[in-house]
Design a protein around this ligand. Structure first.
Ligand SMILES: C[S@@+](CC[C@H](N)C(=O)[O-])C[C@H]1O[C@@H](n2cnc3c(N)ncnc32)[C@H](O)[C@@H]1O
Length: 279
């Protein structure tokens, strides 16, 4: 069998990704992760080349679901994109507390869409406990993490991470939030895991019930999905957001202009539809 060269994989992905509703440009830099999985799949099927795998896909509609699984990019870290978390902790949370205090019950609902192995929703949990503006007494909080990948959710439930996942975290948070395991990994303390609910969900098909004050959809729809997928996800995110809520996206992502969102003045990738709220 021929080894699969990068250029061969690039050609294959440029053909296959649009057929799955993805955009090649989003995958360009992270393609090696996908190419490794595609190569493994091709080998398991005992096919000689990616050209042969392409023919196999054309003849076997069920194979597209396997390829879709191969296309999940799972890179994440705690406190990824420091500017976002600093702005959220310093400015967004106090506003949400003020708005929440005027409602009954005093509630804060957060949704992390594409939550990976929990790094993102658990960072929210840390922000609410260890950040500069902790959750006030009397507030109920719900943090929901959804992901399409069962393996990622399983890792999130385990809550044990390699040191590299923690490298962006402030040192004090790292000390307070984790214990060291015998094999030099880091276990998240139960009191931070407890408030996070994890659910299998594909944002291309559904959204959780109810509305949220903070919705995070970072390094997923606005990087990897094609324009139709982005639009559908955006509609789902919009209808899940409280009118005065905030949407967080990845540091290299943007919310389409027509959605009527304004970016936080700090430049952090935090968006609201309600500029009257002190921007
Ligand atoms: C690159 S990671 C980003 C994780 C985290 N949001 C962050 O920014 O660090 C993308 C995550 O989205 C998940 N994902 C991919 N497609 C999805 C879909 N259609 N619906 C929900 N989650 C999806 C992947 O399994 C992965 O955990």
């Amino acid at each position: 069998m021929e080894p699969t060269r990068d250029s061969e994989c690039v050609r294959f992905l440029q053909w296959a990704l649009p057929r799955l509703g993805y955009r090649w440009e989003g995958f360009r830099k992270v393609r090696r992760q996908v190419c490794r999985r595609v190569r493994r799949r091709r080998r398991d099927l005992e096919l000689a080349s990616l050209q042969a795998y392409r023919l196999h896909l054309e003849r076997t509609p069920g194979e597209w679901a396997y390829l879709d699984d191969c296309c999940r990019i799972t890179i994440s870290r705690f406190y990824r994109d420091r500017g976002l978390w600093e702005t959220a902790g310093r400015e967004i949370l106090p506003r949400l507390y003020r708005q929440g205090a005027a409602r009954s019950p005093h509630q804060l609902r957060v949704w992390s869409a594409g939550c990976g192995a929990g790094e993102e929703p658990y960072t929210v949990a840390m922000l609410l406990r260890l950040g500069p503006n902790p959750l006030p007494d009397g507030f109920e909080v719900e943090i929901l993490g959804t992901d399409v990948d069962l393996h990622q959710l399983e890792r999130a439930r385990r809550g044990v991470y390699p040191e590299s996942s923690l490298r962006d975290l402030p040192a004090e948070w790292r000390r307070q939030a984790f214990t060291r395991t015998d094999d030099d990994r880091y276990r998240l303390r139960d009191r931070l895991r407890g408030g996070v609910r994890l659910v299998e969900q594909d944002i291309r098909r559904e959204a959780p019930a109810g509305r949220f004050h903070l919705v995070l959809c970072r390094n997923l729809a606005f990087t990897y999905f094609d324009s139709e997928g982005q639009e559908q996800s955006l509609m789902r995110l919009l209808s899940s957001l409280e009118p005065d809520g905030w949407l967080a996206v990845g540091s290299h992502e943007n919310v389409p202009e027509h959605a009527g969102f304004v970016r936080h003045t700090s430049g952090a990738p935090l968006f609201t539809r309600s500029p009257a709220h002190g921007l």
